[in-house]
Design a protein around this ligand. Structure first.
Ligand SMILES: NC(=O)c1ccc[n+]([C@@H]2O[C@H](COP(=O)([O-])OP(=O)(O)OC[C@H]3O[C@@H](n4cnc5c(N)ncnc54)[C@H](OP(=O)(O)O)[C@@H]3O)[C@@H](O)[C@H]2O)c1
Length: 332
């Protein structure tokens, strides 16, 4: 079983919501040798260094757009977790070239630095917005997904660098998500909802960290891992968070979908199922093979398979939503 014990791990975007939660788990449960946090803003890094106060953390100022810096930062690294992104849909719509530079150019730099330093494992974080994308954020993340998956073909006979992707839906209560918005609106007695039928996939921050780390442990390179997670109706969430409040329908925003998708029909043709996740393999794995026997209990998906938030078999009822919200408060 692959272990992170005594490994040197680099997390791009390590000061973000995911990065901080991931560092906490790594320090508490995995005993790594060192964790390099790679991001731009010194203030976030300083705050994080004070919060964690661990001599295993190294804070590297750098931009994923800067290949030279990344190459130096990835020397001697065993694992890269690529979490840095421009991820706000409206910001990416308004600044599409910046989204391309960070989400696509940054992915290329991470891949090249990993190959040049022979980093054994690289896992990149993707999003449901990348499946059949309708906005710039999703489109840039889809290109990044393709780059990571197909870069397994670049390693050649001399290197052992492997690239995989994890793709999941909305992280409960992450920055800019609907839960903080509803919380801020609660006192006014009116919540704004974009569409009465809107559904979303949900995953908690600790679950997303666990999912990335367990995918890292079983990855062979070339897989996209998708967790089996529940959906909820945004309207139901509003009712649970503010019973009795009015919900004002404000209309769907540019670049927004009514329902999200984690695996498209086309990706579903190469999808396999494990107990807690789907494994989507490349349609064109030129130069590498995935040994299916190594994924525990894996089964090929039958027929036309696709994974959408509104047709998901697992929907959260009000009771489970309340429980999840309590869990979120605990980790806030
Ligand atoms: N949150 C969700 O609901 C969700 C759902 C699915 C997938 N994801 C994916 O998960 C990943 C992490 O999300 P998150 O919620 O942790 O995001 P976040 O809280 O916004 O954090 C983003 C991190 O990336 C860093 N960053 C941004 N641009 C950078 C650049 N050019 N170079 C280096 N670092 C940069 C930021 O630090 P600086 O600004 O200091 O550089 C920060 O540390 C993203 O790839 C996102 O697409 C998120």
């Amino acid at each position: 079983m692959y272990s992170l014990k005594r490994k040197v791990i680099l997390i791009t975007g390590g000061t973000g919501s995911f990065g901080r939660a991931c560092v906490k788990t790594l320090l508490e449960k995995h005993n790594p040798k060192a964790i390099r946090i790679y991001s731009r803003d010194e203030l976030k890094q300083w705050e994080m260094s004070r919060k964690f106060n661990s001599d295993k953390l190294r804070f590297l100022i750098g931009d994923v757009r800067d290949y030279e810096r990344l190459r130096r930062a990835t020397e001697g690294v065993d694992v890269i977790i690529h979490a840095a992104a421009l991820k706000q849909v409206p910001a990416a719509e308004y600044n599409p070239m910046e989204a391309v530079k960070t989400n696509i150019g940054g992915a290329m730099n991470v891949i090249n630095a990993a190959l040049d330093n022979n980093v054994p494992r690289v896992i990149a974080l993707s999003t449901d917005k990348a499946a059949a994308p309708v906005n710039t954020y999703g489109a840039t993340k889809l290109v990044a997904d393709r780059l990571f998956i197909q870069s397994n073909a670049y390693r050649g006979p001399k290197r052992d660098t492997r690239f995989s992707v994890v793709r999941y839906g909305n992280v409960l209560a992450s920055r800019g998500s609907v839960i903080p918005l509803f919380r801020a609106q609660q006192a006014s007695g009116e919540l704004t909802v974009t569409h009465p039928e809107m559904t979303r996939f949900w995953i908690s921050l600790p679950q997303s960290v666990d999912f990335v780390l367990t995918s890292l442990a079983i990855m062979q390179g070339g897989e996209m891992f998708v967790p089996k997670i529940p959906s909820m109706k945004i309207m139901d969430l509003a009712k649970v968070m503010a019973p009795g409040a009015t919900c004002r329908i404000v209309g769907i925003r540019p670049g927004e979908k009514i329902h999200e998708c984690l695996i498209t029909k086309e990706e579903g043709r190469h999808a396999y199922e494990m107990k807690d996740r789907y494994v989507v393999l490349s349609a064109s794995p030129i130069g590498w093979d995935n040994d299916l026997r190594k994924y525990k209990g894996v089964k090929k998906m039958k027929g036309e398979f696709e994974y959408h938030s509104h047709t998901n078999k697992h929907f959260l009822d009000h009771h489970s939503m309340r429980r999840l919200l309590k869990e979120v408060e605990k980790h806030a």
